[in-house]
Design a protein around this ligand. Sequence first.
Ligand SMILES: [Zn+2]
Ligand SMILES: [Zn+2]
Length: 311
Amino acid sequence: MPSVTTLRTALIIVLTGLLSLTATVAEAVDGVPPVGGPVVRGFDPPAQKWLSGHRGIDLSAAPGAPVFAVLAGTVSFVGRVGGTPVVVISHGDTRTTYEPVNAEVVVGQELSAGEQIGSATTGHACPGGTCLHLGWLRGQTYLDPSTLFDTGGIRLLPADALATVRQLAADRAAQLSSGSPGLLLQPVGGRIGSGFGMRMHPIFHVWRMHSGVDIGSGCRTPIRAAADGVVVGVSYDSASGHRLTINHGRLGDADLSTIYLHARSYSVHIGQHVKRGQVVGQVGSTGWSTGCHLHLSVRVNGRLVDPARYL
Ligand SMILES: [Zn+2]
Ligand SMILES: [Zn+2]
């Protein structure tokens, strides 16, 4: 297992590689975006020091999202300014400011571009939700931070486009919670006997989270792949019995995988590409099971969801 430092070094090498690639086609790009989200509010410096304006740019960032140093430099300030947690990094005659950030760096620490300095947190109101405010200064003069890195073709969103973006995000969230009926094929015929959620465990007689659905089916009934995908796991343990995991990649606007438990056996191997409906094994009663049935779990963007919403 590679260490965090190795991974971070690898990330920086990749980022540096990408940046040098980008630099050949675009210009004035030597920084790394501080967060993954788009710029939602641009640089609008006030004409006079005492007037209001926007002395930096806002990038969409969910609380907890990692924040990275835009340029290599030395941490020159970590602390609160007017109640907001701020990190400042000096780069020779300029400095970048990041807020609000739960810092994981200390003053004096030297950073490479792309190194994580902490995580985003709430506190900077912006169109569309929570943002990271990025500033760039030379002396007391505010510069436009959006010239520091390639915004990946993402232009500043006009006010009306923001409403659309927010609607799309809301639709996606609603789709995830309401599911997408028919997206997956029910792997075996039969009634869904025990659903997703808290239930009294049939063997242990205690309330436990049930991570999927149990579909009653005769022993040796063929189990079919719920969608096109690649087999990423075939294993056995005393709880799951024979266990199979198929990664379906991007499906219906989300990363999706399916997990099958308690089979008598599987007829596929790791790395094998399978088609929706292809037979991958036979129903059994291995592991913690009281009779022949298939347990199906569905993972959407890494989270277990109710499979019934996708069948
Ligand atoms: Zn701002
Ligand atoms: Zn089950």
